[in-house]
Design a protein around this ligand. Structure first.
Ligand SMILES: [Zn+2]
Length: 379
C-alpha cells in the first residue's frame, strides 16, 4: 500500500520518498514509492504530472491501494527520490474540483437534484444533475456559489466508518460503508471524495457557469472556475476588444452591431443573386439542336442557370455555364425526359449529375463548347 500524502495535505508540491519497485511496462516504467503526493487518476480528475528525480511522470494510476507512476526511464529500487508536482495544473484542478462540489451541494440543497456524473477537462468541467434546471435556477446557483467563495468558508476532510458514518448525511455516487473520506464545505456541502481540494472557498476564485443542456432527463451543467475562469475572461475580453475595434462599436453594442451587419449581408447577397440572374439572362447565347434548345451564360451558379432555363421555350432546354474546371449545366423539360441527354453528356465529357425526367443538373469536366454542341446536334 502506498502512503497517500495528498490525502493528508493537498498542498505538498515537493516531497522525498523511497523507490520500492520499478518494472518495465508498455509505455515506460512503473515506479512504486513508499509514499507519494502524486494524485492518481480517479473521481473524474486526471492524474498529476510532474517529475521524480527530474524524470517526467506521464501517468499515475492506483490498483489495490498501490500507486504506480509511469516514467520514461527507470529509477533504482531503494533509491531516495525527490518528487515535484506540476503545481500550476494541480492547483487549477483543485479549484475546479472544489467548485464542482460547491455547485453540486447548492443544486442538491436548493432543488434536491443529485449529481449523477462529473467530468473535468483542462479548462472546463461538466456535472450532470438528476432534474431539470431552468435559466433562472442556473443564475441562482451561480450567484450562491460565488457568494460562498466571498464568504471564504473552510473546507475540511474526515475519514469515517461505522456508526459515525451512518449518522452523517453526505452525497455519494457509490454505496460506501467503511473508511469513507468526506469533504465538507462548511454550510454548503458534504461529499464522499478521494481527490485533493482547496482549504477555503476563497481559493476557488470566480465560478462561471458556461452553459446547461438537457441530458438523460436531467441537466448537464458546464462550468469553469479559478485560473481557468480568469483565462476564459481574458480570452473573451480580448476578443470583445478586437470586435469593438473592427466594428467601431461600444462594448455593450457589439452583439447588436453584428446582428445589423448580418442582416445587411443577407440583403446584399439576395440583391447580388438577383443581379447575377439578370446578367446571365441578358448575356445568354442560344443554340438550337433539333428538339433541344441549349444556351450558354457566363459566370452563373445553379440558381442563375435555373432562372435562365425557365425563360426558354423548347421540348428540352439545357443551359451551361463555364467554370474554372468544367461546365455547370441545368436541364429542364415539361413533356420529355432530360435524363438520356444528361447521361450522354456525362459519358462523353466526364460529367456527374442527374435528376428527374423534367429536371436535372450536374457538372462536366473541361471540354470544348463546339464538341458539346456537336454532340447535342447529332443526338
Ligand atoms: Zn472531490
Amino acid at each position: 500500500m502506498t502512503k497517500r500524502l495528498f490525502e493528508e495535505n493537498a498542498y505538498i508540491k515537493e516531497f522525498t520518498a523511497t523507490v520500492i519497485d520499478c518494472q518495465p511496462a508498455e509505455h515506460g516504467f512503473l515506479v512504486v514509492l513508499n509514499e507519494t503526493a502524486f494524485f492518481p487518476e480517479g473521481g473524474g480528475q486526471a492524474a498529476d504530472g510532474g517529475t521524480l528525480n527530474g524524470v517526467a511522470v506521464t501517468d499515475v494510476q492506483m490498483k489495490e491501494d498501490v500507486i504506480y507512476h509511469t516514467t520514461a526511464t527507470p529509477l533504482t529500487i531503494g533509491e531516495q527520490v525527490v518528487g515535484v508536482i506540476d503545481w500550476q495544473t494541480r492547483f487549477a484542478r483543485m479549484q475546479s474540483h472544489t467548485a464542482e462540489h460547491l455547485v453540486s451541494g447548492i443544486v442538491y440543497r436548493e432543488f434536491g437534484f443529485s449529481n449523477m456524473g462529473f467530468h473535468m477537462s483542462d479548462t472546463t468541467m461538466t456535472a450532470d444533475f438528476a432534474g431539470v434546471l431552468t435559466a433562472e435556477d442556473i443564475a441562482k446557483v451561480e450567484t450562491l456559489a460565488n457568494t460562498a467563495v466571498y464568504e471564504n468558508v473552510a473546507i475540511t476532510v474526515e475519514v469515517l466508518s461505522g456508526d459515525s458514518l451512518k449518522a452523517k448525511e453526505y452525497r455519494s455516487k457509490l454505496d460506501l460503508d467503511t473508511d469513507v473520506r468526506l469533504v465538507t464545505i462548511t454550510g454548503y456541502d458534504c461529499c464522499a471524495c478521494c481527490a485533493p481540494h482547496v482549504n477555503r472557498t476563497g481559493e476557488i476564485g470566480a465560478i462561471k457557469i458556461l452553459g446547461f443542456y438537457p441530458n438523460k432527463g436531467g441537466t448537464r451543467v458546464e462550468m469553469t472556475a479559478g485560473v481557468n475562469a480568469l483565462q476564459d475572461y481574458r480570452f473573451l475580453h480580448d476578443q470583445n476588444k478586437s470586435l469593438m475595434g473592427l466594428l467601431s462599436a461600444k462594448r455593450e453594442r457589439v452583439g447588436e452591431t453584428v446582428a445589423h451587419l448580418a442582416e445587411t449581408l443577407k440583403n446584399t447577397q439576395n440583391e447580388l443573386r438577383l443581379l447575377q440572374q439578370k446578367l446571365a439572362l441578358a448575356s445568354m447565347e442560344t443554340v438550337e439542336a433539333g428538339e433541344i434548345l441549349c444556351a450558354f451564360v457566363p459566370n452563373a451558379a445553379y440558381d442563375g442557370l435555373q432562372s435562365c432555363v425557365n425563360t426558354l421555350s423548347a421540348p428540352i432546354r439545357l443551359v451551361f455555364s463555364q467554370t474554372d474546371d468544367g461546365w455547370l449545366y441545368v436541364a429542364a423539360s415539361e413533356a420529355g425526359d432530360v435524363r438520356p441527354i444528361i447521361q450522354k453528356l456525362n459519358t462523353a465529357f466526364g460529367g456527374r449529375g442527374g435528376g428527374k425526367p423534367n429536371y436535372g443538373q450536374g457538372k462536366l469536366a473541361v471540354c470544348d463548347k463546339a464538341d458539346m454542341v456537336a454532340l447535342l446536334q447529332n443526338n
